[in-house]
Design a protein around this ligand. Structure first.
Ligand code: SF4
Ligand code: SF4
Length: 54
């Protein structure tokens, strides 16, 4: 599973890339749910490298 770190600037780019809809906007950054299948697509589009494998 991937997790989004504090570097997230809430640009929203990763949300549409997730094949299982696991990403949504949180209070101060975007968050990944337990449905994550660790495909890495979110990390590939993130401009600040916030999603990382846990
Ligand atoms: Fe979605 Fe893949 Fe990112 Fe997991 S690693 S949150 S499945 S895009
Ligand atoms: Fe945050 Fe990166 Fe997703 Fe943008 S692409 S919302 S900076 S995790």
């Amino acid at each position: 599973m991937y997790v989004i770190g504090d570097a997230c600037i809430s640009c929203g780019a990763c949300e549409a890339e997730c094949p299982v809809g696991a990403i949504s906007a949180g209070d101060d950054k975007y968050v990944i749910s337990s449905e994550c299948i660790s495909c890495g697509a979110c990390a590939n589009v993130c401009p600040v490298g916030a999603p990382q494998p846990e």
